[in-house]
Design a protein around this ligand. Structure first.
Ligand SMILES: [Zn+2]
Length: 318
């Protein structure tokens, strides 16, 4: 299915869910009139305030026959997961980190679905410290000169490069699995690049190819995934190491395309995705999004992060 048709299909699904929610609210209103307290409890919980806060206190000194019965609060039962309250109820969630956010949505599939539905305002896609940040030609890093707190050289490195300290283990597992499963040796060629380094990288591409040619291959400073510390360019090293441009035609390139998701990585700029990503295919450029989201990405057959999160295509700078 084309990107546009998939987006349209998802929008239809969102409308169906919204209609179901409206029906639920109407049902709850009807239930209120009938004195169905359990439904009241459920409705009030959805509004974010506890039922107890809204119910009148019983008057302390009145005759028994004047006492207004205080409804018994019954725990709301879980209904259709698609209609369940989403994971943003805990206001302190963001400070607890990415795993707490995933858990609040019952895992990566729930979080992605909520984002697609517009029901996950507590899950920023522009926070460069989060593994699912989306950086593209219309979504620069915020702030522009962001730098991760801790970047290190991975133990398996043969060429050069650093990456965020907390994703080194998953990268090393990928490299070890490629070798262990017969695909051969993989090495980091380029990892974290600071804003300043990207000024030089992009500048040298402009010098070699002109601005249009550079924009097809290299991000402008402040727009590069490499600045997050979550992106790597890898090369195949059988004896000597070949270049990034040869990686797609190697055993390692084939293996990475099929298996990197198992370790939390995706090939960010896939074949035929230039209209969405703004980049020519880069089979060597892997991006860490975490193993849970990467599994959902893989199982859903997604080819771009933009499509995965329902974001507009970013073929060019704004
Ligand atoms: Zn790259």
């Amino acid at each position: 299915m084309s990107y546009a048709r998939r987006v349209a299909a998802r929008r239809r699904a969102v409308h169906v869910r919204r209609a179901r929610r409206l029906a639920l609210v109407a049902l709850a209103a009807g239930a209120l009139l009938a004195g169905e307290v359990a439904m009241l409890s459920q409705l009030v919980e959805r509004g974010g305030a506890s039922a107890a806060e809204r119910l009148p206190e019983p008057a302390p000194t009145v005759a028994a026959d004047q006492i207004i019965p205080v409804p018994v609060i019954v725990q709301a039962t879980a209904g259709d997961p698609a209609d369940a309250p989403k994971g943003c109820a805990d206001g302190a969630l963001q400070a607890k980190g990415p795993q707490a956010l995933l858990d609040a949505f019952g895992g990566a599939a729930g979080m992605q679905a909520a984002i697609l539905d517009g029901d996950a305002p507590c899950v920023p896609l522009d926070d460069p410290s989060l593994p699912w940040v989306v950086v593209n030609k219309t979504r620069p890093l915020q702030p522009n000169d962001y730098a991760p707190a801790d970047v290190r050289v991975p133990p398996s490195h043969m060429v050069e490069g650093e990456l965020r300290a907390d994703v080194i283990d998953s990268y090393e597992q990928l490299v070890a699995a490629a070798a262990g499963e017969g695909a051969g040796a993989i090495s980091l060629f380029s990892g974290y690049r600071s804003y300043g380094v990207q000024v030089e990288t992009y500048g040298s591409q402009v010098g070699a190819r002109g601005q249009q040619g550079a924009d097809a291959l290299s991000a402008r400073p402040g727009f590069s995934e490499h600045q997050t510390g979550l992106a790597v360019d890898v090369v195949a090293c059988d004896g000597g190491c070949s270049t990034i441009y040869e990686f797609g035609g190697t055993r390692q390139g084939t293996w990475v395309a099929e298996n990197s998701w198992r370790f939390g990585w995706i090939v960010r700029y896939g074949p035929d995705q230039t209209p969405t990503t703004g980049y020519e295919p880069e089979p060597w450029h892997l991006r860490y999004i975490g193993p849970e989201l990467a599994a959902v990405y893989h199982e859903g057959g997604y080819a771009t992060l933009e499509e995965f999160f329902g974001l507009p295509a970013a073929p060019d700078y704004g």
